[in-house]
Design a protein around this ligand. Structure first.
Ligand code: URA
Length: 267
């Protein structure tokens, strides 16, 4: 098989005979793709490939001749996604406490944007917001249309939080949150799923798991305050079908193709 006869597909590397589209305009040599994405010169990108620093769809590539399809194949350099400038991307950040959800802050506070690769993906912005002291899953994208749809009230994307609250709420109080109707900022809240994950009678605090279907400002804190159990710490563990999992605090990762499809499926 000729050296330049490998092409990649969403399911991995296969030969031209399998794909039949090696000459298609949609594919481009891997080293050219890397250079176009600003990783390095084409020659140096060849060296990076030979050094085993580049993977395509999960397989390390060390030989020349592999071609990729922009937007279809997942190319990683040293484990980080490589995308072309105009490509849409969605990232998940595990936001630490103390970072405000803005792209820059007039008071010089640390921002969530400081933690995501804005240089590499120009036009990134946060999908919604988390309070300064809330930790957990925050999405960033450069896809304005997707962002609008995710935040649009008609789509009711579920958001799940772990809320450590002061005191131990009774079932009646939790039912107040479950059935909805409490007035917050002059409007009734919608029903929420609420369960007590654990409680510590010695410390007099409880961990609640709360899923809300709307996205009002400081909503979970206000809900807990309304039942007289103020939040001590708040953490978002999921957004729609996406879960934070083991992503370390302060770190980000690009969504996988499966996660992107699952996200689009809820819209
Ligand atoms: N609800 C809150 O009260 N704060 C957040 O950061 C997110 C949801």
């Amino acid at each position: 098989m000729a050296k330049d006869s490998m092409v990649t597909s969403g399911t991995g590397l296969h030969s031209v005979e399998d794909s039949g589209d090696c000459g298609s305009l949609d594919t481009m040599p891997l080293q050219k793709y890397l250079a176009r994405a600003g990783i390095d010169s084409r020659r140096k990108c060849e060296n990076h490939i030979r050094a085993g620093r580049v993977s395509v769809d999960g397989s390390i590539v060390t030989e020349m001749g592999v071609r990729v399809i922009p937007g279809v194949n997942e190319v990683l350099f040293d484990g980080s996604p490589v995308v072309l400038g105009d490509e849409k991307v969605v990232l998940m950040l595990n936001k630490p406490a103390g970072h405000v959800t803005t792209m820059s802050d007039e008071w010089g506070r640390p921002t969530a944007a400081d933690l995501v690769p804005c240089d590499k993906y120009p036009g990134l912005f946060a999908v919604g917001r988390l309070d300064q002291d809330t930790t957990g899953l925050l999405l960033f994208t450069n896809d304005g249309e997707l962002c609008q749809r995710l935040l649009h009230p008609t789509h009711h994307v579920d958001k799940t939080y772990e809320a450590l609250v002061s005191g131990i709420p009774s079932e009646d109080q939790l039912n107040e949150l479950r059935k909805g109707g409490l007035i917050i900022a002059n409007r009734p809240i919608q029903p929420a799923e609420v369960e007590m994950a654990s409680c510590d009678r010695k410390k007099n605090r409880a961990m609640l798991r709360i899923t809300i279907h709307e996205g009002r400002k400081r909503q979970v804190r206000k809900m807990c305050k309304a039942i007289h159990h103020p939040v001590i710490h708040l953490h978002r563990c999921s957004f729609g079908p996406l879960v934070l999992g083991g992503l370390p605090e302060g770190e980000w990762r690009a969504l996988s193709p499966e996660e992107l499809s699952a996200l689009r499926a809820v819209l």
